[in-house]
Design a protein around this ligand. Sequence first.
Ligand code: DCP
Ligand code: MG
Length: 480
Amino acid sequence: MSRGLLWWSRSSGVPRGYDPLVAGRGFDAPPEKGRQGAKRTLEGGTRSGSPSKLALIVRKQNMRKSEENFPVFRKRRYVVHVDLDAFFASVEVLLNPELKGKPLVVGGLPHERGVASTCSYEARKYGVHSGMPLRQCYKLCPRAVFVRGNYHLYQAFSEKFFRLLHEYTPDVEEASLDEAYLEFTRCRHLYSSFSEVAKEIKCRVEKELGLGVSVGAASNKILAKLATKKAKPGGFFELQPGEEEEFLRELDISEIPGIGPKAQVMLRLLNVHKIADLWKLQLGTLRSLFGVMGDELYLLSRGMDCRSLAVEGKPKSFSREATFLQDIWDRDLLLAHLAYLCDRLALTLRQEKYYARVIEVKARYSDFKTVSRRRVLSLPVQETNRIYRLAEELFLELWEGSRLALRLVGVKGSELVEARHLSLFEIYSEREERLSQALDRVRGKYGFNALLTVREKMLSGVYDEDRGRGFILKTASLTR
Ligand code: DCP
Ligand code: MG
């Protein structure tokens, strides 16, 4: 059992002034008796003259200040951040080892429109990155291999990744498809060394998934995430107590989540480029520049982050959308896409055991104008046909009369409920429900595309099919 995390109990007999961060020792190191921490200066962080809100946050966190910019916490948390390296590209390499060591771009072929989902680290050397238009990727690195990608497959890897992580602690935040935070503070008694458990997770991901992963460990989310960035690709970096200031000082301001392109421009005009430059700005200045976000920036730039993990709660919505290979005019082909997406959405709702009270349809025109229509239902739905009928109605309302072709359609189910209460006055037929259940049984046995409507079948001529998982759309939405 790690003693390091137990010192914090008031009954531990450790002098109250003791401060491990000031002492600068590791998580698993035993306490150093008699060491006195720096003088408490709670309001010190609010020199701009408005101490109230920030001081409250600071007080709440039981924080003291060891140096001018570096407040430290008495209660130590242990947070591990895990992020797969070049996720989609690594899966492609795993499937086709010939791609290993080559620049690889995932997201489409060189002359297709659209952007790169990701690229291998070999391609990144040429300046290629996620979100870059494919044509530009090609210009920068013409010898790269381009693949469209298979999103079903990435989802399957992602699920396996999270299953593995959940074996270690109940406190797992699934931050994106390939990224998670794990907190071990609550289950500290189970592990003798957190560093070892973080390394074990890394080894198991590499061995059992066959994918590269980077792991960062620190005392809160922001520091753990920044530690992972430093570890990339393929490394492990643990930020030891006391090292925070040196670690943050030289980082670029863009590394702080929440400092987007606009904020960066503003800060760079003020000659703020590094995180250490940001420390020189007073809280009042940050507030006048960024409003309430200013407080957060003030804290995050100092590595102070009291956010707890957003451990998986109930999903708010499920959505499925697809960007077409080429803009589409044809009504039947548009409805074929919509039918397929509704089918996928309905399946997810049934698998996750939710009913949607709101169905929303989205369409994006070739000029990128995006429109949507939604309907609130008195009887929540999860049946394929019910969802499609509604979606078709909504879609035709917003599409008909348009002279432009579409580049994307999507459907979303929100305001999710776990049970459907039928009203005495509602006309309800079980037929659709039974039909959907039968559909699920057949597909469970023979694969998704074993049963398609005639409308959906139109897509066979457009997309490749994965026997079990359905059509391989260009950008299958994986959102919840
Ligand atoms: N992704 C995407 N579009 C983006 C960014 C990401 O489709 N604009 C997808 C592809 C990535 C995956 O999400 O493989 C994970 O995103 P990351 O930001 O973690 O990027 P990578 O895992 O690809 O690379 P890194 O090693 O930097 O984490
Ligand atoms: Mg990643």
